[in-house]
Write a protein that binds this ligand. Structure first.
Ligand SMILES: Cc1cc2nc3c(=O)[nH]c(=O)nc-3n(C[C@H](O)[C@H](O)[C@H](O)COP(=O)(O)OP(=O)(O)OC[C@H]3O[C@@H](n4cnc5c(N)ncnc54)[C@H](O)[C@@H]3O)c2cc1C
Length: 462
């Protein structure tokens, strides 16, 4: 049973915070407990909007002393809703949105509640970019701690491969830094182990001199999808690491920049991102365009923050989300046939399936160098059911589950943690593979009471 908090205890907590403390009954409560996925409807006892490290220390200590369930909220994008919890305390980092770029060292410091759009915007002014995801409203916190896949994965590695340091508040309220040299075990664990080890109050990243890419989507009709997939599997496994391209099944949105004759059409596509010399871009794309002329080709020079936010409008917060994922080492002809069977039945306009390459720079890192244990996979797949209408919740979930059930036997086993719902311990163990036991030992050292358990939870070793 959860402990009852008396008014005086809450009032003392509130007085110790610079940020807001929001309780049920507060007019701000419903907005403060809302997360990106509208399927999630949790009612926390308290939401502490932390503005600084001192607030985070106060909140962690309060949660521990009062034996509360504690969740950590970064950007609120987690599809399983792991930034928010029922009856417990939400440590909401959303006021800690700040970015500082050091152009000489080519580093970027981001507050624990920053969004990727904040980083893209600030770094771009200095001609720099940090590898991130493909939607700019996603939180730096959750995406980084789970790994981080996106347009620059083949060129620059996962987001965690570009992480230099974190500042954290641990379960016992201590504030520590972790780098490859300082608290190296903790630094190993946070590069893929999620929010299991403490509240990260800031992230320091290595940035890359990437300003304008040659990038964007190319679309083909569904009846060419099998041919495109077969060509794509060969191309992306051999392509130079200056080019990334993720494959998708999608429905063309009914608006610009898409031509009217394609509106609402189910198609397949590849979203490309080339970061090599601009003068070589056309040459690089000659064989791609030459293989099969796309029905729509929107690939061209694009500033990095524009590419990063290209799909934001299609995926605003407040829609129903349900997704299922796997890692994939091989895309056999049989698997392609099943992809086409299920991918051609996209249940709603925003539903999609993505195959994100994890080869190239990301695969140069060993499976045990970070907890992210599928560096030898070629893709991370994600089947995404999305729709604004709650009445379609079952429809999109059933489609994603059926699709996944058909393809899972062709997968490598686990899935990217950031593409998982709450799927139980076996899935988490499959995802971390041989790295799980090491994570469990580090968890025992830094969070033996499992205070931070609203996440893809790693149980402290016995
Ligand atoms: C539309 C959309 C697009 C996406 N695209 C991509 C993509 O391209 N690439 C990719 O890799 N992933 C992608 N994701 C997945 C995304 O990485 C995860 O959903 C991630 O959990 C979101 O992080 P957040 O901070 O926004 O989430 P939150 O819901 O705020 O947090 C999720 C969990 O992360 C942990 N956490 C967050 N911040 C901190 C912190 N500062 N300290 C400690 N723990 C913290 C907590 O355990 C929390 O439970 C996408 C998700 C969505 C919804």
């Amino acid at each position: 049973m959860l402990p009852v908090l008396n008014e005086a205890t809450v009032a003392t907590f509130k007085a110790g915070l610079r940020g807001e403390l929001i309780e049920p009954g507060d007019p701000r409560y419903d907005e403060a407990r809302r997360v990106y996925n509208a399927m999630i409807d949790r009612r926390p006892r308290l939401i502490a909007r932390c503005v600084d490290v001192a607030d985070v220390i106060t909140a962690v200590n309060f949660g521990r002393h009062n034996k509360l369930r504690v969740s950590i909220r970064g950007g609120g994008h987690n599809a399983a809703g792991l930034g928010v919890c029922d009856d417990g305390l939400v440590i909401d980092l959303s006021p800690m949105r700040y970015v500082r770029v050091d152009p000489k060292r080519r580093t970027v410091l981001a507050g624990g509640g920053s969004l990727w759009g904040d980083v893209d915007h600030a770094a771009h002014a200095f001609g720099l970019a940090v590898p991130a995801g493909i939607i700019s409203t996603t939180g730096v916190g959750g995406l980084t701690l789970g790994g981080g896949l996106g347009h620059l994965t083949r060129q620059c590695g996962l987001t965690i491969d570009n992480l230099l340091a974190v500042d954290m508040v641990l379960a016992d309220g201590r504030f520590v830094s972790a780098t490859a040299k300082e608290n190296a075990d903790l630094f190993w664990a946070v590069r893929g182990g999620g929010g299991n080890f403490g509240v990260v109050t800031s992230f320091l990243f290595k940035a890359h001199p990437i300003e304008t890419e040659y990038a964007g989507p190319m679309l083909w009709p569904l009846d060419e999808a099998a041919e495109i997939m077969r060509w794509y599997r060969g191309f992306i496994t051999k392509a130079p690491t200056t080019i990334n391209g993720f494959f998708a099944f999608l429905t063309v949105p009914p608006g610009p920049p898409f031509p009217e004759h394609l509106h609402h059409k189910k198609m397949c596509g590849i979203v490309w991102c080339y970061t090599g010399p601009a003068k070589k871009a056309e040459q690089m794309f000659k064989p791609i365009r030459g293989f099969k002329t796309p029905a729509l080709d929107l690939v061209g020079p694009i500033p990095h923050p524009v590419l990063q936010s290209m799909f934001d409008g299609l995926y605003p917060p407040g829609q129903q989300w349900y997704w299922k994922a796997d890692f994939v080492r091989e895309l056999s002809d049989e698997a392609i046939a099943l992809h086409i069977k299920h991918g051609s039945k996209l249940p709603t306009m925003q539903s999609t399936m993505h195959l994100y390459p994890v080869n190239g720079a990301a695969s140069r890192v060993k499976n045990n160098a970070t907890p992210w244990s599928y560096r030898d996979a070629v893709w991370a797949s994600v089947i995404v059911g999305v729709d604004p209408d709650p009445a379609n919740k079952e429809k999109i979930s059933a489609w994603a589950r059926d699709y996944w059930t058909a393809l899972h036997p062709y997968s490598a086993g686990g899935a990217y943690v950031n593409f998982m719902m709450e799927e139980g311990d076996d899935r988490i163990r499959a995802t971390y593979g041989k790295n799980y036991d090491r994570l469990a030992k580090i968890k025992k050292r830094y969070d033996p009471g499992n205070l931070f358990r609203v996440n893809q939870n790693i149980k402290p070793a016995k």
